[in-house]
Ligand binder design. Structure first.
Ligand code: PLP
Ligand code: COI
Length: 353
C-alpha cells in the first residue's frame, strides 16, 4: 500500500471541546480501486476531493454501501478499535446484496489500521468521545445503463465524535412510511435506505419528535428500529429487542448489548414485538424503559413514544435506576479499556508509523 502523508496537518484547527458530528475530517483517507475484476491502487493520502464522471453509476442507480465504527483512547492514550471484523463482514453482506464486489479482508483491515494509526491524533481523549470511522464502497464506472458497475472505489474516512444525541428522545411510531420490506435491502447499510428515511423523519421532526420508530411495511404493527438505532424495551423485567430479519440492520452495538446484558444476568429476548405490546406496557406501567443503540448514537433512552396522535410518556426514572445507563457505562468502559473485556471485542492498535 502506498502512503502519502500530509505536509499540512489541520489538527491545530480542530477544537476538541466543540465537536460537531460529521463536520470535521481527519488529515488522511484510504482509497482502493476495483477494476478489471481486481482490487488495486490501495493508498493512504491527504483527505481531499475525488474526481468522478457525472455518469458514474453511484449517482444514478445508488450502488453505494457504507459502515460506521469507532476508535477510542484509554487514559494512557493507547488506541482501540471495537469489533472491526463485524463491520468488515457487514459491508460485504451489504455489497453482495447490491451486486457489488466483496472487499478482501486484508484491504479492509490494513487500510483501516494504518489510517487510524496515522490519524491517531484525531481521536478525542475524553470518556464517551471517539473517532467515528466511515468505510464506504461506491460504483464509479461512467456508463448510464442500469446495470451493476464494473468499477468501484472503496474508501475510509474519519471524523471526531462526541455524543450524537444530547437529550432523551421523543419517538413517533411510523404508521404510513416504511424503511424496508421483506426481501428488500433493510438489513444492509445501503445509502438509499438513509435517503428514503429523510422525508418521513423530517415530517416527524416538524411535529417535535426526534426520530421515527419504524414498523413493518405491510401491517405497521410490528416494531423494527428507530433512525440509525436498534431498539430495546425493558418490559416486565425482560430486556426485549426485535429479532433481526430482512428489514432490520443487525447492529453491532445491539449484539454487544445483548451479550453484556446476559453476562450481567438480565433476561434477554430477541423476538417479534408488537406496537400494542409497547403501548399497553406503557399504559399498565410494566414498560419501565425504552432505548435505542448504535455506533454513532451509543445508547439513548426514550422519553416519550407517540402513537396515532397520542403521546405516551415513559417513566421518569432517575439515571441510577436505568438499565440503559447501566449498560451504556458497561459498554463504554470496555471500549475505553477501563474494564476487562471478557468477549475479546477490543483490538489494540500498535503504533506502526
Ligand atoms: N440501524 C440502522 C438503520 C443504523 O444505521 C445503525 C447504525 O449503524 C444501527 C441500526 C446500529 O448499528 P451499529 O450498532 O452496528 O452501529
Ligand atoms: C452509525 O451509527 O454508524 C450510523 O450509521 C449512523 C450514521 C448514519 C450517522
Amino acid at each position: 500500500m502506498k502512503i502519502e502523508t500530509t505536509l499540512h496537518s489541520r489538527i491545530r484547527t480542530m477544537d476538541f471541546d466543540n465537536i460537531i458530528f460529521g463536520n470535521h475530517y481527519s488529515d488522511h483517507m484510504f482509497c482502493s480501486e476495483f477494476k478489471h475484476g481486481k482490487w488495486m491502487n490501495s493508498i493512504i493520502k491527504p483527505f481531499g476531493n475525488i474526481i468522478l464522471s457525472p455518469i458514474s453509476l453511484v449517482f444514478h442507480y445508488g450502488q453505494a454501501v457504507f459502515e460506521g465504527m469507532k476508535a477510542y483512547k484509554d487514559k494512557k492514550e493507547e488506541v482501540f478499535l471495537f469489533r472491526p471484523k463485524e463491520n468488515f463482514k457487514r459491508i460485504n453482506r451489504s455489497a453482495i446484496r447490491l451486486e457489488m464486489p466483496s472487499i478482501p479482508e486484508n484491504i479492509f483491515m490494513n487500510g483501516l489500521i494504518k489510517l487510524i494509526d496515522i490519524d491517531r491524533n484525531w481521536i478525542p481523549k475524553n470518556y464517551g468521545q471517539s473517532l467515528y470511522i466511515r468505510p464506504f464502497l461506491i460504483a464509479t464506472k461512467g456508463v448510464l445503463s442500469a446495470k451493476p458497475s464494473e468499477e468501484y472505489m472503496f474508501m475510509i474516512i474519519s471524523t471526531p465524535a462526541d455524543s450524537y444525541y444530547k437529550h432523551p428522545l421523543k419517538i413517533k411510531i411510523e404508521e404510513k412510511y416504511s424503511r424496508s420490506s421483506l426481501g428488500g435491502v433493510g438489513f444492509t447499510k445501503a445509502a438509499g435506505n438513509y435517503a428514503s428515511s429523510f422525508y418521513p423523519t423530517r415530517l416527524a421532526n416538524e411535529k417535535g419528535f426526534d426520530q421515527v420508530l419504524w414498523t413493518d411495511s405491510s401491517t405497521h404493527s410490528k416494531i423494527e428500529e428507530s433512525g440509525t438505532m436498534n431498539v430495546f424495551f425493558w418490559l416486565k423485567n425482560k430486556l426485549i429487542t426485535p429479532k433481526a430479519n430482512d428489514n432490520i440492520l443487525s447492529g453491532i452495538t445491539c449484539k454487544s448489548i445483548i451479550s453484556l446484558a446476559k453476562e450481567e444476568g438480565f433476561y434477554v429476548e430477541e423476538r417479534e414485538l408488537s406496537v400494542l405490546e409497547i403501548i399497553e406496557g406503557i399504559q399498565t406501567g410494566i414498560l419501565k424503559e425504552a432505548f435505542g443503540c448504535g455506533t454513532a448514537a451509543v445508547i439513548n433512552y426514550f422519553k416519550l413514544i407517540s402513537y396515532k396522535g397520542t403521546n405516551f410518556y415513559l417513566p421518569n426514572l432517575p439515571e441510577k435506576e436505568r438499565i440503559s445507563i447501566f449498560l451504556k457505562k458497561k459498554l463504554l468502559d470496555i471500549q475505553h479499556n477501563l474494564s476487562v473485556d471478557p468477549f475479546g471485542w477490543r483490538i489494540k492498535l500498535k503504533k506502526i508509523l
